[in-house]
Design a protein around this ligand. Structure first.
Ligand SMILES: [Zn+2]
Length: 643
């Protein structure tokens, strides 16, 4: 009897487990392959061997894609589900990855799409253990019946009738009590090669001393860690534990570490030397190797001659915590406002106090492409967790919210690629159309998170929009002078635009915000329309986040402002202006529009609208003293049909 430990995020559905899938790399699969576990049927052994070997030749991407086809091979073995003593066939499949969870999963085909497809493909039982809001309790035979998110438990013993979220907690406690499982948090974090042989990267603050290497001493010697006061003394117990654990981890490579020491705190930060050329050299070594004066230093331990590490850190070493720099700059360490990132390092008062005092952390929003969600985001969180464990920062999670931005594809609908020659370079667009046009276009082109193909035609539309903005503000006739009349309905429309953009923009609905601005411009451009100056300024402010340059120019040159529009107060919608709304009601005589009357929205009953229409000279001219029938669609149109 062997044990297979499975990882699941849905323990609530465990009564519905009907099979086990292990990765080809799983030790149980490897035991079969090495014949440590005997398979009687030679043909079956052959098929297992063939499957495992071909799986291991595939890349992870190939294993996960394959057009969604769920391949696999049955081992001939069964696992017992402790919850109901059900025998579950053990399969090997390459859709389970070796480094995710325990490299083994329970198959719950009734409530997981991937498991469902696998069960269908291999003729495995499908059980229902959750009832969704549709109350469907029939056997699950179609994809549409799979309830993955919400529902109530059935066919699950003591979990029956519980909401799945409650059931999840109950079953976890139960499994722990029984000693059948434990609660874990897993991260799909890969090993990270941390050194690069190039100039641009943070230098690694490590020093190698030949003499100490000869004496078999390094920073990580147990004795050293206890007495070395660089990082450990003065810190609390948990920090010391972390250093001790790291020295335990390093045991296996202890000999290769002889002679290596970190720089002492007073020598940090270590900066890159100024160089003439930072091209990589032929030998493949870091360009820093050539900087002999920089490389040569003294040993932090014995004071003898030593050399610096010449490899540098990868991009993400900085990007995992660069956002601290903004927070550190927010709280100037001296009276003079520090603005250069160079000046603020190292921070006065220490990282800890600067971060703790900053209202800018944790970061409100993390915005990146979907590709960031699994790599950079995870690494950055990993760093924060480590810093938090070391009690250097007061929070564990660095980002409060994540928003993925959709990828912009080439005009031909394919991914932009040099090899296809379809790359759009933003610099060229800025050169030709201006930065405002590019910004407006990119925010207008599609909902924020959607992929969208580049469209030069839409770009031209954005360019025209910007030009029309310039024209209308340059036209003094479009801005009402004091005492000059204007259309209250237009002002009411503007209040609605203010409300809409104030709500849409923080919700990343940039495209609908810009659409509202464009619609309003259409209204304002109409023949006699004018905006009083304060409302024209409000409209400009609404546009400012989307087209920062032209709005600033208009703000200063047309409105004679001396401070930036971007520091001006955001416009507030005036609710009174909206409720005092006026309506245009077309008045027809015998089906032809002869006039428009303006009524307050509280005066749209038939009697008052007719009264107003009959006062119109234009209408009188067509009606004269004929009798007429009245057809009125409330608030929309009045038609007078003469007999
Ligand atoms: Zn030394």
């Amino acid at each position: 009897m062997d044990t297979i430990t499975c990882f699941t995020t849905r323990p609530d559905t465990n009564f519905g487990a009907t099979f086990i899938v292990i990765a080809p790399e799983h030790k149980f699969a490897q035991k079969i392959l090495q014949k440590k576990i005997k398979i009687q049927d030679e043909a079956q052994y052959q098929s297992i061997e063939t499957y495992i070997k071909s799986s291991l030749q595939k890349t992870e991407r190939e294993r996960l894609s394959e057009g969604g086809k769920k391949t696999g091979v049955f081992t001939g073995f069964y696992a017992i589900n402790h919850l109901n003593n059900r025998l579950m066939p053990v399969w090997i499949s390459d859709f389970v990855l070796a480094d995710v969870g325990t490299a083994a999963v329970v198959g719950v085909p009734g409530h997981d799409m991937r498991d469902f497809e696998f069960a269908k493909a291999h003729n495995i039982d499908i059980l229902r253990v959750v009832v969704g809001s549709d109350r469907d309790i029939s056997p699950i035979i179609r994809k549409e019946q799979i309830q993955e998110e919400e529902g109530t438990m059935i066919n699950s013993g003591f979990l029956d009738n519980m909401d799945i979220h409650k059931a999840t907690k109950e079953i976890m406690n139960y499994l722990v009590q029984k000693g059948w499982g434990e609660m874990v948090i897993t991260y799909h974090l890969r090993d990270w090669i941390f050194s690069r042989q190039r100039y641009w990267g943070e230098p690694i603050p490590m020093v190698f001393c030949k003499k100490c290497a000869g004496d078999k001493i390094s920073y990580w010697d147990k004795h050293e860690v206890e007495t070395y006061d660089l990082h450990v003394s003065g810190r609390d117990q948990s920090t010391r534990t972390i250093y001790k654990n790291s020295s335990d981890l390093i045991k296996d490579i202890k000999e290769t570490m002889y002679g290596w020491f970190p720089l002492s705190d007073k020598d940090l930060p270590l900066k890159l030397p100024e160089v003439q050329s930072y091209e990589p050299n032929q030998s493949g070594e870091s360009p820093l190797v050539q900087m002999r004066d920089w490389v040569k230093t003294s040993c932090p331990h014995c004071g003898g001659e030593a050399r610096r590490e010449t490899d540098t850190m990868p991009n993400w070493a900085g990007s995992c915590w660069y956002f601290f720099a903004f927070a550190m700059n927010q709280v100037p360490s001296s009276k003079s406002q520090t603005s250069s990132l160079d000046q603020i390092s190292p921070p006065a008062g220490g990282l800890k106090s600067q971060i703790s005092n900053s209202s800018w952390l944790p970061v409100d929003w993390y915005i990146g492409g979907a590709e960031h969600a699994v790599l950079h985001l995870l690494y950055a969180r990993f760093w924060m967790h480590a810093l938090h464990d070391m009690k250097l920062i007061p929070f564990r999670e660095p980002f409060r919210a994540l928003r993925n931005v959709g990828m912009v594809q080439a005009e031909d609908g394919r991914k932009m690629s040099k090899s296809w020659g379809n790359v759009i370079n933003p610099d060229d667009i800025v050169e030709k159309f201006g930065a405002d046009t590019l910004r407006v276009y990119e925010m207008f082109m599609a909902p924020f998170s959607l992929e969208v193909a580049w469209s030069t035609q839409t770009l031209r539309g954005s360019s025209r929009f910007i030009q029309r903005i310039w024209q209308i503000y340059s036209d003094s006739a479009k801005i009402a002078k004091p005492g000059e009349s204007y259309n209250k309905k237009t002002i009411a429309e503007l209040q609605k635009v203010i409300l809409k953009i104030t709500v849409d923009t923080p919700n990343v609905k940039f495209n609908t915000s810009i659409a509202a601005l464009m619609e309003f411009l259409n209204i304002w451009e109409k023949n006699e329309e004018k905006l009083p100056k304060n409302h024209a300024r409000d409209f400009l402010k609404l546009l400012a986040p989307f087209a920062p340059f032209i709005t600033e120019e208009i703000w200063q040159s047309i409105f004679d402002e001396t401070t930036s529009i971007h520091t001006s107060a955001w416009p507030k919608a005036d609710a009174q202006l909206i409720t005092q709304e006026q309506l245009y009601i077309p008045v027809q005589v015998n089906g032809k529009v002869r006039d428009m009357i303006i009524v307050h929205e509280n005066e749209i009953d038939e009697k008052r609208v007719l009264e107003k229409a009959l006062k119109s000279e234009k209408i009188q001219r067509w009606i004269k003293d004929q009798k007429y029938k009245i057809i009125y669609i409330k608030g929309k149109i009045l038609n007078l049909v003469t007999a």
